[in-house]
Design a binder for this molecule. Structure first.
Ligand code: AMP
Length: 287
């Protein structure tokens, strides 16, 4: 595995691979790898001849009062972990090269970025779409893998790719969880052990929702109020949103069906955590 820092070197490498007729898969990340990231890398390895993993803590997607400066970083550890996967290039650009001092372009997907996470984090998704657009142009992948953990992000990226006519196939990877059900996240490192056990209410809520839907419950207001009770039973946990939305349009659903997604965001102490589940079969996420 090679580590590339400069944008021009990255593009040169990609151009050679593409000229040789080989397929290239990209896994964009902010690093501090966990088993979820590694699983995305393995999926990318099955999809293409070569895998590029980008590692960039993207300042544009953090709000002014968010955790940019304390976001966990450890390049040596990440390089060791990626090395064990079928990764050809770990692309680690600098902020200076990605965003020149006069950088003033944004790629923005309207509408579906106004709800869920976009409501609390108004500039978050334009930060994501701007950096992903840049990565697509620098690396020119044939496909890219994103996690369903960030379900809204996945929908936004798919819409951007479709509407900007990029010939890049977007694949979704199911949520990778710890043994006790907590969705893996680099931000879990912020949690104290007490907070970590409180955070399990997210998975408890998801299990409850799946069981209630399987039993025939289709009233989303009722389900949301039951989930509110499960989460509120934990002191120090604040609900950002509990929503049942359509998997494509992200608009609220009154009646839950197999196209619905339960999306959750909470704050445990100072740490914001998200989770979600498809009410129908998980295989829907690939399309
Ligand atoms: P991040 O480094 O947190 O920006 O995540 C990089 C990619 O990994 C994104 O596409 C995330 O959705 C995905 N990802 C993060 N955590 C998980 C997880 N627990 N399961 C599956 N994918 C994940």
């Amino acid at each position: 595995m090679q580590i590339i820092h400069h944008l021009a070197d990255m593009t040169r490498w990609s151009n050679e691979v593409i000229a040789g007729g080989k397929a290239l898969a990209l896994v964009p990340t902010m690093g501090y790898f966990h088993a979820g990231h590694l699983s995305l890398m393995r999926q990318a390895g099955r999809l293409a001849d070569h895998v590029v993993v980008s590692l960039f803590v993207n300042s544009l997607q953090f709000g002014p009062r968010e955790d940019l400066s304390r976001y966990p970083r450890d390049l040596q550890r990440d390089a060791r972990l990626a090395e064990n996967e079928k990764v050809d290039i770990l692309f680690v650009p600098t902020s200076e090269e990605m965003y020149a001092p006069d950088f003033n372009t944004r790629v923005r997907v309207n509408g579906i970025t106004d709800t869920l996470c976009g409501q609390q984090r108004p500039t978050h998704f334009e930060g994501v779409t701007t950096v992903v657009a840049k990565l697509f142009n620098i690396i020119k992948p044939h496909c890219a893998v994103f996690g369903q953990k960030d379900f809204q992000q996945l929908s936004v990226i798919r819409k951007m790719v479709r509407e900007l006519n990029w010939d890049i196939e977007i694949f979704a990877h199911p949520i990778v969880r710890e043994e006790d059900g907590l969705a893996m996240s680099s931000r879990n490192t912020y949690l104290s052990s007490e907070e970590r056990s409180k955070a399990l209410c997210l998975n408890k809520a998801i299990q409850h929702a799946k069981a209630r839907f399987a039993d025939g419950l289709d009233d989303s207001d009722l389900l949301i109020s039951e989930i509110r009770d499960i989460i509120s039973a934990n002191s120090g946990v604040n609900i950002d949103y509990i929503s049942v939305v359509d998997k494509d349009t992200l608009s609220d659903k009154e009646v839950i069906d197999s196209q619905s997604v339960l999306a959750l965001a909470i704050k445990v102490g100072g740490t914001r955590l998200i989770d979600n589940c498809f009410m129908g079969s998980d295989s829907q996420i690939s399309n």
